[in-house]
Design a protein around this ligand. Structure first.
Ligand SMILES: *Cc1c(COP(=O)(O)O)cnc(C)c1O
Ligand SMILES: [Zn+2]
Length: 482
C-alpha cells in the first residue's frame, strides 16, 4: 500500500443518516435535514468497515507521514482523508492553512498554582482565528465537488452566526470566488467589532437582524427549506465532519495515546462537541486509539440547556430549550442548540463503548476571569477558552478529574476577537445582566508618562529628558555602574 506518497486511492460511500428517525440518504445531494422528519444528519461511510482491514499501526503511520506532506490537499484537516470526506478529489479540496493547531501546555508554575495538569489547543491559530475553519474547509470542499459533479452554477451560501461562522464562511467564499457567493446573517449588535469586520473585509453580503442568534437561525432555516441556498450552519453535516479533525489532531499529538486525557469543550450550538465525540469514536473503532479520553462539555449558567439535560436523572430527563441571558462567552450564547440530537445519540454511543462524558456549568464571573488569568500566563484564549478553564476548575471541585489526568482545553478562538469583553472588564462597563463585578487585580491600563499638554511647551531635548526621568521614577530604575 502506498497511500502517503500520493493522493489516496480509497473512496468511501458517504450517506446522510438522520439522528432522529434513522432514515438514510446518499451524499451526492446537498441536504441539511431529514426530508422525512426534519431531524439532523451525521454523515457516515458505508465502507468504513473496510478500513479495519488495515492494522491501527498502518493508519498511524499513514497519518504521521502525511503530517509532513507538501501535497496541498493533504496538508490540513484532510491528512485524515479516509476518516473525513473520502469522496473528494484533490482539486475539490480548499486548504487555507486550517488545522494542525498547536497544543500548548501551561507553564510549570501556572500548572502548579492551578493544581491541575493542563494545556490549551489553540484553535485561534486557524486562518480566520477560530475552529470554525475546520468545518468550513470541509463544507466548501464538498460544495466545490458538487458544483463540479453536477454542473451547478452560482451557489448562494448562507449562514446565521454568533460571529465566527460568518467570518469563516466569508473567508472561504472569498477564496473560492465566483463559484459560491457568501451571505451572512448576524444578530445586530451581538457580534464583536472584529467578528463584524471579518466578513465585511472578505466582501461578503452582511445582513443584520434585531434579535439573538436563535432568531437568525430560524430565518436561515426557513430560507434553506424554501429557496435555493446552501446553508452553512453546523446543521450542515459536512461541517461536523470537518470538525472531527480536532480529535484526530489531539490523538496524533499524543502519539495516538489519549488514555488519561480530559477534553474540555465549550457548548453553544453543540456542533463542535458532537464532532469531537464522533471523531474519538471513529479512532477507537479502528483501534487507532486504545482508550477513550474523558470528555467534559462546559456551559455558562446564562445559556445551559445541555447542562440542564445531563444533570437530570437518566431515566426521566427531557430536553428543553432555555431563554438566554447576555454572556461574555457570546459565541456559545445559544438556548436551543441545533446539534442537541446529535450529542444525545453520540453520548449514548460513547458511554456504551466505555467513554465518560459530563457537562459542567460555570458563572459569567468565572468565565471572564478565567480568560484574563490564563492570558496573563501567556495563553491566547478567547472568552470561550476562559469558559473551558472555569469548567476545568469546576470539574476539579466536583472531583471529576483524577490526579494524574491531563486536561486539554479548547481555546476555540483567538483572544483578539473578544477584546471587547476584556475592555468592558477593565472599564467596569458590564451592564448588570452580565452579573460580573470586576476586581482590580485583573485590570490593566496604559499609563501616560508625560501630560499631553507638555509636548508643545518643551524643547525636544527637554521632552525626552523629562520622559526618561518619569520612566525611571515609574519603574524605579537604577543607573548603571560605570
Ligand atoms: C461557534 C463557537 C463556539 C460554540 O461551538 P458550537 O459548535 O456552536 O457548540 C464556541 N466558541 C467559539 C469561539 C465559536 O466560534
Ligand atoms: Zn429523520
Amino acid at each position: 500500500m502506498n497511500l502517503y506518497s500520493e493522493f489516496p486511492k480509497y473512496r468511501g460511500e458517504l450517506e446522510y443518516r438522520c439522528q432522529v428517525c434513522g432514515n438514510k440518504y446518499p451524499a451526492d445531494e446537498l441536504l441539511y435535514t431529514c426530508p422525512n422528519c426534519k431531524g439532523v444528519f451525521l454523515l457516515e461511510d458505508k465502507r468504513f468497515e473496510e478500513l479495519k482491514k488495515y492494522p491501527p499501526e498502518t493508519w498511524q503511520e499513514i497519518f504521521d507521514k502525511r503530517a509532513a506532506t507538501k501535497l496541498y490537499p493533504l496538508r490540513g484537516i484532510f491528512r485524515f482523508y479516509e476518516l473525513m470526506a473520502p469522496i473528494l478529489d484533490p482539486e475539490d479540496i480548499v486548504y487555507l492553512g486550517e488545522g494542525h493547531t498547536p497544543i500548548v501546555f501551561a507553564s510549570k508554575g501556572f500548572q502548579k498554582y492551578v493544581g491541575v495538569k493542563f494545556a490549551y489547543k489553540n484553535e485561534g491559530q486557524n486562518p480566520s482565528a477560530s475552529f470554525k475553519d475546520r468545518g468550513m474547509a470541509c463544507a466548501f470542499s464538498y460544495l466545490k465537488y458538487l458544483v463540479r459533479k453536477k454542473g451547478y452554477k452560482d451557489i448562494l451560501a448562507i449562514c446565521a452566526s454568533t460571529g465566527d461562522t460568518s467570518a469563516s464562511s466569508a473567508m472561504y467564499g472569498a477564496y473560492v470566488g465566483d463559484l459560491i457567493k457568501s451571505v451572512v446573517l448576524l444578530p445586530h449588535g451581538k457580534v464583536t467589532p472584529q467578528q463584524l469586520a471579518q466578513p465585511l473585509g472578505s466582501g461578503a453580503t452582511v445582513l443584520e437582524l434585531p434579535g439573538v442568534f436563535d432568531d437568525c437561525m430560524k430565518v436561515v432555516e426557513y430560507l434553506a427549506d424554501n429557496y435555493n441556498v446552501a446553508l452553512l450552519n453546523s446543521k450542515n453535516s459536512w461541517r461536523i465532519l470537518g470538525q472531527e479533525s480536532y480529535s484526530y489532531e489531539i490523538a496524533q499529538w499524543f502519539d495516538w495515546d489519549v488514555a488519561g486525557k480530559v477534553i474540555f469543550v465549550p457548548i453553544g450550538n453543540a456542533g463542535n462537541i458532537a464532532a469531537i465525540i464522533s471523531g474519538f469514536i471513529k479512532l477507537y473503532e479502528l483501534g487507532i486509539i486504545k482508550f477513550l479520553p474523558k470528555i467534559i462539555g462546559v456551559q455558562s449558567s446564562h445559556a445551559d440547556p445541555v447542562f440542564k439535560f445531563y444533570s437530570e436523572d437518566k431515566k426521566t430527563r427531557k430536553y428543553k430549550p432555555v431563554p438566554v441571558r447576555p454572556s461574555v462567552a457570546q459565541a456559545a450564547m445559544i438556548g436551543n442548540p441545533v446539534s442537541f440530537p446529535r450529542v444525545k445519540k453520540l453520548v449514548d454511543k460513547y458511554e456504551s463503548i466505555g467513554g465518560v462524558f459530563y457537562v459542567v456549568q460555570v458563572e459569567e464571573q468565572q468565565i471572564i476571569e478565567g480568560m484574563l488569568v490564563v492570558n496573563k500566563h501567556g495563553h491566547i484564549a478567547c472568552t470561550q477558552g476562559g469558559e473551558c478553564f472555569a469548567g476545568m476548575l469546576k470539574a476539579k471541585e466536583l472531583d471529576l478529574i483524577e490526579k494524574d489526568e491531563v486536561c486539554i482545553l479548547d481555546a476555540t478562538a483567538h483572544l483578539l476577537k473578544f477584546l471587547k469583553f476584556q475592555q468592558m472588564y477593565f472599564d467596569n462597563a458590564f451592564p448588570p445582566e452580565y452579573e460580573i463585578t470586576p476586581k482590580d487585580e485583573y485590570k490593566n491600563f496604559p499609563k501616560l508618562i508625560l501630560d499631553t499638554s507638555v509636548k508643545g511647551s518643551l524643547s525636544p531635548e527637554d521632552f525626552y529628558k523629562k520622559a526618561v526621568e518619569n520612566i525611571v521614577r515609574e519603574l524605579g530604575l537604577k543607573e548603571k555602574n560605570r
